[in-house]
Design a binder for this molecule. Structure first.
Ligand code: SAM
Length: 253
């Protein structure tokens, strides 16, 4: 049931989405004015009609809706990459994940969603402005209860004594290796997302010193090819997101 203060997703006849908080107020769109108070007490899946007679469907927003609408600072990790990070590292409800840097908080939100209320995400960030954006985005997603954002350079060390996994999206993940070997539990993953091949190369040069501590590494990149689904023709879309980053997985022995 929809309550006052809930965030809901409205979808108009053109497919345009709006993320709004429900209260006794009006919401103005180019398809007319909505009285959001009418939604209180209704179930998700209902619709609301503007003063111009336009209908908007009402859904409970998921994390992808939140991430699509939230404020962005630096470039975020794309859902296709977040998905493979979570799946390949086996990140699970109840896990403690150490993350850096937090950036806009998109990956933080994916991690917080999967670790659930009994898990923890501890996110290191060097820039105060990025930490502030991420803090607000994490709050918008409703995950402030399980996420701690620390203003600290993770290259200088990890404060926590242990972690199930370490997930990094920063320029020099190899600088975190000496700290990771101290805190990662056996079986836990060290994951590094890096946009450039030379970063992967540099990482593996540094990794040689630690290779006895980890199971054999895996490096992947994820290509997703979307298709157009039309009555007369189903085929791949003309354009695709060709490259985001390389994802390196190493598992602590
Ligand atoms: N994964 C984030 C997301 O999905 O929104 C985006 C991360 S952004 C590309 C990289 C972030 O790492 C920046 O905010 C940067 O300030 C931070 N950073 C870079 N080096 C760092 C370090 N040594 N310790 C902590 N944060 C660092």
């Amino acid at each position: 049931m929809i309550r006052e203060g809930d965030r809901v997703l409205l979808i108009d006849r053109r497919g345009k989405k709006y993320l709004v908080m429900v209260s006794e107020r009006e919401f103005h769109t180019d398809l007319g004015i909505l009285k959001l108070g009418e939604l209180i007490g209704k179930d998700y899946g209902t619709s609301i009609t503007s003063h111009k007679g336009e209908e908007f469907r009402v859904l409970k927003p998921d994390i992808n809706d939140i991430i699509a609408k939230m404020r962005r600072g630096p470039q975020i990790v794309h859902p296709k990459d977040a998905g493979i990070i979570i799946a390949y590292a086996g990140i699970s409800p109840g896990d403690t994940v150490i993350e850096a840097g937090v950036g806009s908080g998109a990956l933080t939100i994916f991690l917080a969603n999967i670790v659930g209320p009994s898990g923890r995400v501890i996110s290191y960030e060097v820039r105060e402005d990025h930490a502030e954006i991420a803090r607000k985005n994490v709050e918008l997603a409703g995950f402030s209860d399980r996420v701690t954002i620390k203003l600290k350079n993770i290259y200088d060390g990890i404060d926590e004594e242990s972690a199930d996994h370490i997930v990094l999206d920063l320029p020099q993940p190899e600088n975190v290796l000496p700290h990771a070997v101290e805190v990662l539990r056996p079986g836990g993953y060290f994951v590094a997302y890096t946009p450039c091949m030379n970063q992967v190369h540099r990482f593996f040069q540094a990794f040689q010193e630690y290779r006895e501590e980890f199971y054999k590494p895996k490096v992947v990149e994820v290509l997703v090819r979307e298709h157009e689904v039309k009555k007369e023709c189903m085929r791949p879309k003309t354009t695709m997101l060709a490259h985001t980053g390389y994802i390196t997985f190493i598992r602590k022995l």
